[in-house]
Design a protein around this ligand. Structure first.
Ligand code: IPM
Ligand code: MN
Length: 355
């Protein structure tokens, strides 16, 4: 029986509440399948930063490298200056653990409302493979003559051959494994970023020549925003640079029913991966037990899938689908009238029923 070592980072705001529900679900899945896990808690958060000025230490990193996975709630604190926790916790984990893929499924489950007229679950089911350690996120740049009328600010977009290639290759492999339409769409802005995204184009076609059975498709990122609303059924897997991936996956979250359901995996195929909801810490709802934990529960499902616990992963997804189709949740927002812990209970009950 596998015993996984999982680092748990509840984080800030509603993080601890949603992680509690995710763990409740994991615990029941353990009981009805045949694996167990050891939980190691880490309190990286704005709260701790305000108290101690500490973010993540080198010792923390050497421990984290020994884990099988990381389960993260949300990071962000209204009293901490913007950028400190984003860069010092979330992006630092992604970069130092070389989680070079951000996997973001955009899947509309039955019974979930989408703002897109005349589209249903059969039209909205694709995955975005977002590059996660390069691009505009590397933090290279600076100011010149800051605060003067002659100020200059630069922020470099870094694209390495190695970084682009490993991401594109992952996306082709993913499209092959997913075995749906076997189609991969490269999303870029190669009509303007004629150096950076020329590299993406060349790599996409070179690597693509090794995948004769995968259809190759292309969309400029602005057009992608249009097609995701107008014809989401065109997409199977899309591969995209870090910044554009950040933007289009918020749009994706909206068409799949909102931040209440959107989950993601920060993947290092050779190392430690981290799973999280894509929403933030929602400070104004902290401690109110109203935030929908389904995105975090979905992240647990992605984590089990990644660990090879297929049965457990399927049980969670089936339960999510059942609960969403049951009509018990009027909507997925904080105003659904069903509390955070009640949603967790519904998922647990559904897993128990089908196990
Ligand atoms: C996300 C978030 C992060 C990002 C922020 C919080 C740094 O928006 O996970 O999409 O930009 O990647
Ligand atoms: Mn984002």
């Amino acid at each position: 029986m596998a015993k996984w070592k999982i680092a748990v980072i509840p984080g800030d705001g509603v993080g601890p509440e949603i992680i509690r529900e995710g763990l409740k679900v994991l615990d029941v899945v353990c009981k009805v399948t045949d694996f167990s896990y050891e939980k190691v808690d880490y309190d990286f958060s704005g709260e701790r930063y305000l108290r101690t000025k500490e973010l993540i230490s080198d010792t923390d990193f050497s421990e984290l490298r020994q884990m099988d996975a990381i389960y993260l709630g949300s990071v962000g604190h209204p009293e901490v200056k913007t950028g400190i926790l984003e860069k010092g916790v979330l992006l630092r984990l992604r970069f130092e653990l070389d989680q070079y893929i951000n996997l973001r499924p955009i899947k509309l489950y039955p019974g979930v409302w989408t703002p897109i007229k005349d589209k249903g679950p059969e039209h909205i089911d694709f995955t975005v493979v977002r590059e996660n350690t390069e691009g505009l996120y590397v933090g290279i740049g600076g100011f010149f003559k800051k605060g003067t009328p002659d100020e200059v600010a630069t922020q470099e977009m870094i694209n390495t051959r190695k970084g682009v290639e490993r991401c594109v290759r992952f996306a082709f492999e993913y499209a092959k494994k997913r075995n749906r339409e076997k189609k991969l769409t490269l999303v870029d802005k190669s009509n303007v970023l004629t150096y950076a995204h020329d590299l993406w184009q060349r790599v996409f076609h070179e690597v693509g020549s090794e995948y004769a059975d995968i259809k190759k498709d292309h969309a400029h990122v602005d057009a992608m925003c249009m097609w995701m609303v107008k014809n989401p059924e065109w997409f199977d897997v899309a591969v995209v640079c870090n910044m554009f991936g950040d933007i289009i996956t918020d749009l994706g979250a909206m068409i799949q029913g909102g931040m209440g359901v959107a989950a993601s995996g920060n993947i290092n195929p050779q190392g430690v991966s981290m799973f999280e909801p894509i929403h933030g810490s929602a400070p104004k709802y902290t401690g109110k037990n109203v935030i929908n934990p389904l995105a975090t529960i979905s992240a647990a499902q992605m984590m089990l899938d990644h660990l090879g616990e297929q049965k457990g992963s399927e049980l969670i997804e089936e339960a999510i689908i059942k609960v969403l189709s049951s009509g018990k949740l009027k909507d997925l927002s904080a105003k659904s009238g069903v509390s955070t812990s009640e949603v967790g209970d519904l998922i647990v009950a559904s897993i128990m029923e089908s196990a």
